[in-house]
Design a protein around this ligand. Structure first.
Ligand code: SF4
Ligand code: SF4
Length: 160
């Protein structure tokens, strides 16, 4: 397994990812939080207790069967380490935390970026959740044709 501390980014082999039959039903959270740090707002924000953590320094583990895809953990995570994934009507969808301004708008065409910041395709913004004081980040949902990209799209760049 690649050492993410040496290369500076994580890859799919460092992560748990739900099977397609789960993410074809509804949005499901995936976590990319792999370091043992004293942090747990994802756990306390979850309305169905779908995130387990062994002590405050543990790493979050998501029960994919329990998760209802509400997105609270995405908006509240200060490390921008939570995402939602979904496959619907033959299209892939990812909801990701977004802290840049201006925020994208629904309907914007975007480049899809992977964990290294490389462009791996194009998609469209289908929802922008603007947070209130309970949350840290806006949550932007993008949709795209290649469903396999749900495993790789972790940021976006609005096409101007
Ligand atoms: S998306 Fe909602 S239900 Fe799923 S793990 Fe996050 S907070 Fe819990
Ligand atoms: S809130 Fe974010 S950074 Fe903190 S433990 Fe949860 S996933 Fe990790």
């Amino acid at each position: 397994m690649q050492d993410y501390l040496k290369v500076g980014y994580i890859t799919l082999e460092n992560l748990d990812f739900p099977e397609n039959d789960i993410i074809e039903k509804h949005f499901v959270a995936v976590t990319e939080c792999v370091q043992e740090i004293p942090c747990n707002p994802c756990v306390t924000s979850c309305p169905v207790k779908a995130i387990e953590m062994k002590g405050i320094n543990g790493v979050p583990k998501i029960n994919f069967e329990k998760c209802v895809g509400c997105g609270n953990c995405v908006a509240v995570c200060p490390g921008l380490a939570m995402f939602l994934v979904n496959i619907r009507n033959g299209k892939g969808r990812v909801s990701l935390p977004y802290e840049m301004l201006p925020l994208p708008e629904t309907g914007n065409e975007v480049f899809l970026l992977n964990r290294v910041g490389e462009r791996i395709g194009k998609g469209k913004v289908i929802r922008v959740f603007v947070p209130d004081e309970k949350f840290y980040s806006a949550v932007v949902t993008v949709e795209f044709d290649d469903v396999n990209l749900v495993k790789y799209v972790r940021n976006i760049e609005v096409i101007k």
